[in-house]
Design a protein around this ligand. Structure first.
Ligand code: SF4
Length: 237
């Protein structure tokens, strides 16, 4: 059971994706685009935004113990193992887990395109990748606001498979969030998520500002979803 933050399911209205990010996923490196390709990317983007159901579930847990190679959370069977996550959360007193997804329709469309239009599939995949990252930003903004309410600070989000945190933590992470029931996320035998455009993340709540965060709101990827600035403060205190 989470201690302070528990959101069973939150939906996000996202009406755009970062175009330069889409182009980066497409391997574009500054060369000019034909008008035809430009229009196609725009049309695919609008279709992906229409079909996606960006949602997230999240819960916070108190840190019970940080050992040399594992973080233990109170009331949560998930053990975060590895040197990297242990270092990352070294000063955290609380941890927020979240899962986010675009839903099953995006995978269905990718499968359909794989049989009918290879170029469009590649573009759709790039747009959906940018959109799930933006959905994770929306969830992350919520976590940052939660930390700011306590006068605390977050670390950047860490996901299974990064560093030496194994993908094998995914079953317990999803179970801790009831993510299969709330969001329909399941795992393949190799711990990959279905729907494929899904993300899980771990965000530490710390008493002091953490390195690696944006130095200014003007370059912050969470800005569109940020509720802290409306209070006249920032997440940097
Ligand atoms: S927009 Fe500014 S206050 Fe809001 S999360 Fe980003 S850096 Fe923090």
């Amino acid at each position: 059971m989470g201690v302070g933050l528990r959101i069973a399911r939150e939906s996000y209205q996202i009406t755009s994706v970062n175009r330069s990010e889409v182009l980066r996923y497409l391997g574009h490196s500054g060369q000019s685009l034909s008008a035809e390709l430009d229009e196609r990317i725009e049309a695919v983007t609008q279709r992906c935004l229409y079909m996606a159901r960006p949602r997230a579930t999240m819960a916070s847990f108190a840190v019970e113990e940080i050992g040399p190679d594992a973080v233990v959370l109170t009331g949560c069977a998930l053990r975060l193992t590895g040197h990297d996550i242990t270092q990352h959360l070294a000063s955290a007193h609380e941890v927020v887990l979240f899962a986010a997804t675009l839903g099953a329709d995006i995978d269905r469309e990718l499968r359909r395109l794989s049989l009918t239009d290879a170029l469009e599939q590649v573009i759709f995949d790039a747009v959906a990748t940018a959109l799930i990252e933006k959905t994770a930003d929306a969830a992350n903004a919520h976590v940052r606001a939660y930390a700011a309410e306590q006068g605390a600070f977050t670390s950047w989000r860490f996901s299974p498979g990064y560093g030496d945190l194994p993908l094998s933590v995914q079953p317990m992470l999803l179970a801790s969030l009831d993510a299969t029931r709330q969001l329909g996320i399941t795992l393949t035998p190799s711990h990959l998520m279905v729907p494929t455009k899904s993300v899980t993340a771990i965000v530490g709540i710390h008493p002091t500002p953490q390195p690696g965060l944006e130095s200014s709101c003007s370059i912050c990827s969470l800005a569109e979803f940020c509720s802290i600035r409306t209070t006249g403060r920032t997440c940097r205190g």
